[in-house]
Write a new protein. Structure first.
Length: 562
């Protein structure tokens, strides 16, 4: 990322500008991205990553990658590795600042002891259900725990014994002592530590008490010297609690600023719900190309530049809104159109025999790789022979008036090659068209004839003896409902899974140059969309291509008609 992202040119940048003019934080800018390693990152996280990294880059500051790894029951090394790979792929550079909240477990424990000594934290024996009952509601104040009045000495003893592993899970917690009648429920004696006899991915069995996210988050920012803690809007009500902890501990205090998270229609973004999709088998893993995860988008063929551009165009706001998925696809399409070379691929083939073409003759035609770019003269060579494949949809036995492709007695142009005319239709016993018998005009080489006649239809083709076979995966939205989480009473978001979200075409016939495709290549299959080689399932023995995006936004129109 060499350019200043427009995501930075927003109200957050204005706040930082004022802070720098006033000399706050000695004009330092130090941001961070703090994922919880309990799932894979999705495109909503990309917005936050580019925002935090872009601000640090713009102001000549620093950017940390810190894992808020405080819950060993949900965190896995697989998630840590995937997050590191995804953020590196996006291009955000944390340099040598790969950090973990677990790095600060000892310091967080010392901070907790400090609050106990100040009479601002206590060990509570209420069960989880009882704590919820005592907390009250949005309209009713909470009640003090009967254990809230324990002495400082008793709380220090119990907390030390919790750390030593004397008590089973769930028997005791450490809570902050704030205000059970506060209108902000986060202030109603929030839990700071719970007992979990569980191994941690990084600290192993060193700890059996683990800090809650709300306790660890602000202090971790403080320890790292973060200047501007950029969070999404759901943390706005938590900010007073973070500030309370920092104030009572009398330690360095970052400034938290909230912004609206990214939401897409026809999509769910909750990691909990994405995990359900994976575990229930609705998708084939976190990197299934139908998922909104960064690993899935990478596998589908999205480039980081397109994701960055999309987050720039969406911008940063103070209120939540929903962005249309078609807008993301439009951005990806524009990105790929700039550099993806064209290729001929017949996805649903029908065989064509050019009867008057010599049986053993082979010609080669030079065709442009980037016909949309008049300045780019790069070409490739494609073979032409007597046996060809064309798309089934490019032939109709009884065509309507405005059908300008191949039909009995009709002439069309084979892209970059010759004019051909269909003379005979060959069918199988079930009446399906399996082959077309055609003739070509030898004087029409390159698409023009001495008599100057024109044809309205041009179709792509592949030489049958030279074709490369492949499987091709076509994707649609994973959900049929625009807002699957708002389906109404008695429904679940999984009720709206699209049964046609994946269509696999086998026996596709591709031009021979595609045999050399790599996972880093992107192509525009002419009239079909943008495609890439699947990095997981493809092999030299079995090529598999994923459609990244169509050539135009068609599925939203279909959905609206439905």
């Amino acid at each position: 990322m060499n350019e200043t992202t427009s995501s930075s040119a927003n109200f957050i940048q204005a706040i930082i500008d004022v802070d720098n003019r006033n000399g706050r934080y000695d004009k330092r800018v130090h941001t961070r991205f703090p994922p919880e390693p309990n799932g894979f990152l999705h495109i909503g996280h990309a917005k936050s990553i580019y925002l935090n990294y872009g601000l640090a880059e713009q102001f000549g500051g620093k950017f940390n990658l810190r894992f808020d790894d405080t819950n060993p029951l949900k965190e896995e090394q697989e998630y840590i590795d995937a997050i590191i790979e995804d953020i590196g792929w996006l291009g955000a550079d944390w340099e040598d600042r790969l950090l973990f909240a677990s790095d600060y477990f000892e310091q967080l424990y010392v901070y907790a002891v400090d609050l106990i000594k100040k009479g601002l934290a206590y060990v509570d024996d209420l069960s989880a259900d009882e704590i919820r009952q005592y907390r009250g509601t949005l309209t009713e104040p909470g009640r003090n725990s009967p254990y809230r009045g324990r002495t400082i000495e008793e709380n220090l003893d119990l907390f030390e014994r919790m750390k030593a592993g004397e008590f089973p899970d769930g028997v005791r917690v450490l809570r902050a002592k704030i205000d059970m009648s506060s209108p902000n429920i986060n202030f109603r004696d929030p839990i700071m530590y719970r007992i979990l006899h569980a191994a941690h991915p990084r600290t192993g069995d060193d700890w059996c008490i683990y800090p809650m996210y709300d306790w660890a988050h602000g202090q971790s920012d403080s320890i790292e010297g973060i200047t501007h803690s950029i969070c999404t809007l759901e943390f706005e009500d938590h900010r007073p609690l973070y500030d309370w902890f920092l104030e009572k501990l009398d330690i360095y205090r970052p400034r938290q600023i909230e912004f609206a998270r990214l939401k897409l229609n026809y999509t769910v973004m909750s990691k909990r719900k994405l995990l359900r999709l994976v575990n229930a088998g609705y998708v084939d893993g976190w990197d299934d190309p139908r998922m909104p995860t960064l690993s899935a988008l990478r596998r589908r063929g999205y480039r980081p530049d397109a994701i960055r551009k999309f987050t720039e165009l969406v911008g940063v706001a103070k209120s939540n809104s929903v962005v249309e998925l078609s807008y993301l696809e439009h951005t990806v399409r524009d990105d790929l159109n700039q550099f993806a070379p064209r290729a001929m691929a017949v996805l649903q083939p029908i065989r064509v025999t050019v009867e008057n073409y010599p049986e053993n003759q082979l010609e080669e035609f030079e065709v442009p790789n980037y016909p949309q770019d008049k300045e780019n003269k790069e070409t490739r060579v494609v073979p032409f022979s007597r046996e060809l494949f064309i798309e089934q949809e490019d032939f109709m036995e009884d065509p309507p008036k405005k059908f300008f492709r191949l039909a009995p007695g009709r002439e069309v142009r084979l892209l970059g090659a010759y004019y051909v005319t269909c003379n005979e239709v060959v069918k199988d016993e079930a009446g399906n068209v399996v082959e077309l018998s055609c003739t070509y005009d030898p004087e029409s080489r390159g698409g023009s004839t001495p008599d100057g006649r024109k044809v309205k239809g041009t179709i792509h083709w592949v030489s049958a003896p030279h074709a490369v076979q492949a499987d091709v995966r076509l994707y649609d939205t994973l959900f049929t409902q625009e807002f699957p989480e708002a389906g109404g009473e008695g429904t679940d978001f999984t009720d709206f899974i699209n049964p046609n979200s994946l269509r696999i075409l086998t026996g596709c016939q591709l031009e021979p140059s595609l045999a050399d495709a790599t996972v880093d290549d992107r192509y525009q299959f002419m009239r079909q969309g943008y495609f890439c080689l699947d990095p997981v399932d493809s092999s030299p023995e079995r090529l598999v291509f994923n459609r990244t995006v169509t050539l135009r936004d068609t599925w939203t129109k279909i959905q609206k008609k439905g």
